[in-house]
Design a protein around this ligand. Structure first.
Ligand code: HEC
Ligand code: HEC
Length: 348
C-alpha cells in the first residue's frame, strides 16, 4: 500500500516535472541577450551588417553547434570544422586541396575562418558576395542539399529548442541556419598577435630580426597585403604557374572577363605560420617556398600584376637571404595564440 502510494507520488512528481520542463522550454523561446561586437582599435570598420542579423548569445551558440555538426553533410561525418580546424586558424591542416564527403577532393585550399566580418567578398575568387552564403550544397564539400539539412534539423528536439531561442519566429529555415553560422563566424576575430600588440602599443616589442622583417614587408608586400588585415581585398595574379591538372581560372569564373584570368583574392596573412600549405591550391608547403616564389619563381601567365614586373622586364621581388628570413620572422608575429586556443570557438 505504502509502496504503491510512493509510486503514485513519484509518477505524479515526474509528471509535474515533465510538464514544467516542456512549459519552461516553450516559455523560454526568444528572449534575446544581445552581444555587442568589440572592434579591435587597429581594425577597419566592420563590413558585415549586424543590424540585419544582430548577434545574440543564443544565435552565436546555435552557429557554433552547427559549425561542429556532422549532420550538415550527406554522410553525417563532415562538419564545417572538418576542413576548418581551430589549431590551424580554421584551415584544413596538411591538405593542399580540401577533401569532403566520400573523400572527394575539392579544387581549392581551405581558407582560414577569421576576421570575416571585415571582408567584402568570400572564397578565393570572391564568388560569394555575402557571408550568409555557405558552401554546404557543394558536392565536393558537404554533399548535402539545404532542404535535407533543414529536414534533419527539424527532426531534432535539441535544434528545435535552439532555433526557437535564437530567432523570433523560431523557425528552422535555411536563412536562419546561415545567419546563425554567420553570427558565430563574425565573433571569430583574431586580433591579439604580437603584431597587434605592437601596433596598439600594448608593451610588445619586436626583436631585431622581426623589426627588419616588418620594414621589408612594408616596403615589398603591403601594396597587396595592406593594412591590419594584410589584404587590400583585391584580386591579383602573383605569378603562379597554371596548375595543369586543375586549370583554375580564378576570378575569371565570375564574369569571364579576360583580364580576370588567374587572379585570386589577396589573402590575409594573419596566423599565416599555421595555415600551410599556401596559395589557392596549397601548392607551396612552407613560408620559405613562398618567399622563394616571390624572389625567383614567377611565371607570366598573361595577367601578372604589373607591380611584379621589374624595369628590365624580369619578374619578381628582389629579396636577399636575410630579407627572406626576416620577413618570415615578422610573419610569425602574426600568430595569435589567444585566437587559436580560444574556448569560445573550440569544439565544446
Ligand atoms: C570539405 C572541406 C570544407 C568543408 C566541409 C567546409 N569548407 Fe569552407 N571552405 C573550404 C574551401 C576549400 C574553401 C575555399 C573555397 C573557394 O575558394 O572556392 C572554403 C571557404 C570558406 C569560406 C570563405 C572564407 C574566405 O575567407 O573567403 C567560408 C566563410 C567557409 N568556407 C565557411 C564554411 C562553413 C560555415 C562550413 C560549414 C557549413 C564550411 N565552410 C565547410 C573547405 C570546406
Ligand atoms: C601584387 C600583389 C602581391 C604582392 C606584392 C605580394 N603578394 Fe602575397 N599574395 C598575393 C596573392 C594574389 C596571393 C594569392 C595567390 C593565389 O593563391 O593564387 C598571395 C599569397 C601569399 C601567401 C599565401 C597565403 C595563403 O594563405 O595561402 C603568402 C604567405 C604571401 N602571399 C606573402 C607575401 C609576401 C611575404 C610578400 C612580399 C615579399 C607578398 N606576399 C607580396 C598578392 C601579392
Amino acid at each position: 500500500m505504502i509502496l504503491s502510494d510512493m509510486k503514485k507520488y513519484i509518477l505524479f512528481a515526474l509528471g509535474i516535472l515533465m510538464i514544467s520542463c516542456t512549459e519552461n522550454d516553450i516559455e523560454k523561446g526568444y528572449e534575446p541577450i544581445l552581444v555587442s561586437f568589440q572592434k579591435p582599435s587597429n581594425f577597419p570598420d566592420l563590413v558585415y551588417n549586424l543590424d540585419a542579423n544582430p548577434l545574440t548569445e543564443d544565435g552565436i551558440a546555435l552557429g557554433k553547434a552547427l559549425f561542429y555538426e556532422g549532420d550538415l553533410s550527406s554522410n553525417g561525418a563532415i562538419a564545417c570544422a572538418f576542413c576548418h580546424e581551430q589549431a590551424s586558424a580554421f584551415t584544413h591542416h596538411g591538405h593542399t586541396l580540401s577533401h569532403g564527403v566520400n573523400g572527394n577532393i575539392g579544387f581549392r585550399n581551405a581558407q582560414p575562418i577569421q576576421n570575416l566580418g571585415f571582408q567584402n567578398a568570400f572564397t578565393w575568387d570572391g564568388a560569394s558576395s555575402h557571408l550568409d552564403l555557405q558552401p554546404i550544397t557543394s558536392d565536393l564539400e558537404m554533399g548535402e542539399t539545404l532542404s535535407n539539412v533543414i529536414g534533419k534539423l527539424q527532426a531534432d528536439q535539441g535544434y528545435r529548442n535552439m532555433f526557437s531561442k535564437a530567432f523570433e519566429d523560431g523557425e528552422i529555415t535555411s536563412s536562419h541556419l546561415l545567419q546563425a553560422l554567420s553570427q558565430f563566424m563574425v565573433t571569430m576575430v583574431s586580433s591579439n598577435s604580437k603584431y597587434d600588440k605592437v601596433e596598439r602599443n600594448e608593451g610588445a616589442v619586436y626583436t631585431t630580426i622581426e623589426a627588419d622583417g616588418f620594414a621589408s614587408f612594408n616596403q615589398k608586400c603591403t601594396s597587396c597585403h595592406a593594412g591590419s588585415l594584410q589584404t587590400d581585398q583585391s584580386y591579383r595574379n602573383n605569378g603562379l604557374a597554371v596548375n595543369p591538372r586543375l586549370n583554375d581560372l580564378g576570378r575569371y569564373n565570375l564574369l569571364e572577363i579576360p583580364q580576370d584570368l588567374y587572379k585570386f583574392k589577396v589573402p590575409s596573412l594573419r596566423n599565416v605560420a599555421v595555415t600551410f600549405p599556401y596559395m589557392h591550391d596549397g601548392r607551396l608547403s612552407d613560408l620559405e617556398s613562398v618567399l622563394d616564389h616571390y624572389a625567383s619563381g614567377m611565371v607570366d601567365t598573361g595577367t601578372i600584376d604589373p607591380s611584379l614586373v621589374k624595369a628590365d622586364g624580369s619578374l619578381g621581388i628582389d629579396l636577399t637571404t636575410y630579407e627572406k628570413e626576416s620577413i618570415i620572422a615578422f610573419l610569425e608575429t602574426l600568430t595569435d595564440q589567444e585566437f587559436l586556443n580560444d574556448e569560445r570557438f573550440a569544439e565544446f
